[in-house]
Design a protein around this ligand. Sequence first.
Ligand code: ADP
Ligand code: MG
Length: 202
Amino acid sequence: MELSPQILAGWLRAFAADIAENEALLTDLDRQIGDADHGANMVRGTTAVAQLDPADFADGRSYVKKAAMTLISTVGGASGPLYGTLLLRLGSALPDDGPIDQAGWLPALRAGVEGVVARGKAGPGDKTMLDALIPAVEAFEAATDQPWQAAAEAAAAGRDATVPMIAHKGRASYLGERSAGVADPGATSSALLIEAAARTLA
Ligand code: ADP
Ligand code: MG
């Protein structure tokens, strides 16, 4: 696939549509273990990103960088800077415009997720977006074909695996053991991001 602002905008606009469709779910999950704003936060941010015109950008990297800054300035909450960092690092690690394959995407995905780890100081099992993102990157790397599909399935499984977890980071951690029993909102939105990638970038 040829890397371009248009291709990347296709991904983030699909993500925005999925977020809008799942706003009530994200709000409800965050109502149970947070402050009920994750749906509204993500709709606000992804709507602003969807309004960026890919034709205004010289290359994929500058489009993704602008999308990241847009998320940082519009999402708010803990998740805004984390999603922003994910895309900022991912964008910086993308190759120049041109054909991109599994080997080209892998360092960008890794850099993005490592950025989230560095910024939020969470790890696997802390019941955060990383519980969807880390397995997604591992599955992407391990796949012998259809890496995006493998990543999307791993992200969804990772999201589901957050249900019994006790949160150790973010607002949900204030609940202690009472945070168990519901999927993490950020892991749920992150699974949508990877699923949108599987539909638009594969
Ligand atoms: P807030 O918690 O400020 O209300 P949101 O509701 O938008 O922000 O986002 C909550 C989500 O952010 C959580 O479900 C979790 O996935 C993610 N999150 C919170 N803190 C961290 C962290 N330190 N590292 C990774 N993800 C985090
Ligand atoms: Mg919240």
